[in-house]
Design a protein around this ligand. Structure first.
Ligand code: NAD
Length: 525
């Protein structure tokens, strides 16, 4: 998985996997030392990784994690972007992303189903005019990076027509060559023509526009264009390294961000404010507009856009009911690299949840639309009890030799128990507990005590500094009875704690889920 995150990552030569600076390891010596340690590690040992650097192999019981990781965790007052950049420059920390530094990233597919479900839920938003129908509708978004490039695929899956603004010519070229977007244009005029043409057709279509979102969005407002649905996935969370300010060429920006970081940050935030104001104007004109978890609203607010939070966040608006049921972005990886194994896993997962036919429908769509990146993997939103049911069935197949190698199970950190982020996962919690970070920490402890193979605790870097705490987990189904025990315990503890987190915050759906699935809550009277 360490090798795989680089294979499917954005800038492997710099160890950068996604989200602007999200890294797999501190530096190349650290990477090589991790690689070496993983080759030699015994079952009765645990490899300890501190912010992307291996620091020790310690003796532990055989059921303990093989790897524990803590990345960029700072005590409160020091968890600022300034301290992060300073410590990063000193070679002492990294931004591990959510899944980059925990070796769980599976390419843009990791967020694909999340984006697809969010688009579909946004189409049902009573604030809009879509009434649940996305076919031929116009979706405006931006960013074709590690995560952003899942957007055109999700758009095509819904049958909508997408315009995706991307500032980097090379990225546009690469996504076009890979078939991730259907066509690429250079001007707003051409883009609008392409969108109109595609709207007359009968299938989903994705147009990439080479341009800066801070210029294109306001230009669309000036022309009176109101898309049906509007969002953004530039790496806006990082004002220094993630968002290209309007009026700068990429090469100028790259040079300037180290020479004049404060100026770059100022210009990027001013540009983000312009983009966000345009999004507000589109919202006022009837578009459904939401932030997709990249901190754009926080950045715009910091430059004085006082109504930035009139735009809702995607989790609070569309995803929370799923988290209340423990349903979140689960994933598996066929470690053999063999397509036949991947097909067998898809078939098994499709047959296992007849009570939720949307699971099989999703898998069918994903098979049709998602190219294989690196090791064959599948992201699939499953809930409490469902993940362990699938994992145990897979472990059985491995034991019987029906799969040619073990299978890895993991998830995004943005999950019910796995994340505290007051502007993403835990925005506007019913009881106001948005910033309480005990839950991902409890989660990580439970995952260690239930014998998960890899457990990671990450905190935010760049513009996410001081705003995020998350926990991640990986488990390998190798067909052994020990794996079966640990898979069941760890996966159920993970989702069980997630359901409890939402029940504690006052969500009735979570309380009902807990009662129906036998989670033993304690409610002091
Ligand atoms: P990335 O750095 O790989 O890609 C960002 C892209 O935005 C790049 O291609 C860049 O050229 C482009 N860009 C930058 N400034 C631009 C501008 N002004 N106009 C147009 N394009 C511009 O990042 P990523 O991995 O794709 O992540 C994007 C964001 O999504 C990050 O903030 C990340 O933290 C967030 N994220 C969201 C979720 C989710 O579940 N919704 C999950 C993970 C990450």
């Amino acid at each position: 998985m360490l090798e795989n995150v680089l294979e499917v990552g954005q800038q492997p030569e710099a160890l950068i996997v996604y989200a602007s600076l999200g890294k797999a390891a501190r530096d190349w010596p650290a990477y090589r030392a991790i690689h070496d340690a993983l080759q030699k590690l015994e079952e009765t040992e645990t490899l300890v990784i501190q912010s992307g650097k291996p620091v020790a192999i310690l003796p532990t019981p055989a059921t303990s994690p093989l790897v524990v990781i803590a990345t960029n965790n700072m005590v409160g007052r020091y968890a600022t972007p300034e301290v992060f950049y300073e410590r990063m420059a000193a070679g002492q920390t990294i931004w591990g992303g959510l899944t980059a530094g925990a070796w769980q990233y599976i390419g843009s597919q990791g967020v694909l189903q999340g984006i697809y479900e969010v688009f579909r839920a946004a189409a049902r938003d009573p604030a809009g005019r879509l009434h649940g129908e996305l076919r031929r509708r116009f979706i405006l978004t931006s960013g074709l990076g590690g995560m952003g490039s899942a957007q055109p695929v999700a758009i095509r899956m819904t049958g909508a027509v997408g315009l995706i603004v991307e500032v980097d010519r090379e990225r546009v070229r690469a996504r076009l060559a890979a078939g991730v977007v259907d066509e690429a244009v250079d001007t707003v005029e051409e883009a609008l023509r392409a969108v109109r043409r595609a709207q007359e057709g009968s299938r989903g279509w994705a147009v990439a526009l080479r341009g800066n979102a801070a210029e294109v969005y306001p230009e669309l407002v000036r022309r009176g264009v109101t898309p049906d649905l509007v969002t953004d996935l530039t790496a806006a969370h990082d004002a220094r390294y993630g968002y290209v300010p309007a009026g700068l060429e990429i090469s100028e920006w790259v040079e300037m961000r180290d020479r004049e970081p404060d100026r770059v940050i100022d210009r990027a935030r001013t540009s983000m404010a312009a983009q966000l104001r345009a999004m507000r104007a589109m919202q006022a004109a009837g578009a459904v507009v939401f932030e997709n978890g990249n901190n754009l609203r926080v950045q715009a607010q910091s430059t004085g856009v006082t109504d930035a939070f009139e735009i809702p966040g995607f989790v609070e608006r569309y995803i929370r009911p799923l988290f209340c049921r423990g349903i979140g972005p689960f994933r598996w990886v066929a470690l053999s690299g063999d397509r036949a194994d991947a097909d067998r896993l898809d078939a098994l997962a499709s047959s296992l949840f007849p009570e939720r036919p949307e699971v099989a429908s999703w898998l069918e769509l994903a098979r049709r639309h998602m190219p294989v990146e690196g090791l064959p993997a599948r992201s699939c939103w499953l809930g409490h009890g469902e993940r362990s049911r699938l994992a145990l069935a897979v472990n059985q197949l491995v034991a019987q030799g029906e799969l040619s190698a073990p299978v890895l199970f993991s998830r995004d950190h943005l999950d019910a128990a796995g994340m505290t982020h007051p502007f993403i996962g835990t925005e506007r919690m019913r009881d106001g507990s948005d910033a309480v970070a005990d839950w991902p920490l409890l989660d990580a402890m439970l995952l260690c005590s239930t014998g998960a193979d890899l457990v990671a605790v990450h905190a935010g870097g760049g513009g996410y500094s001081g705003l995020m705490q998350s926990a991640g987990v990986s488990l390998v189904a190798d067909g052994s009875p020990s794996a079966a025990q640990r898979l069941r315990a760890a996966l159920d503890a993970d989702t069980g704690l997630g359901v409890v987190r939402y029940a504690e915050a006052g969500y009735e759906l979570a309380a009902t889920t807990a009662a129906e699935t036998g989670i033993r809550r304690i409610i002091p009277q």
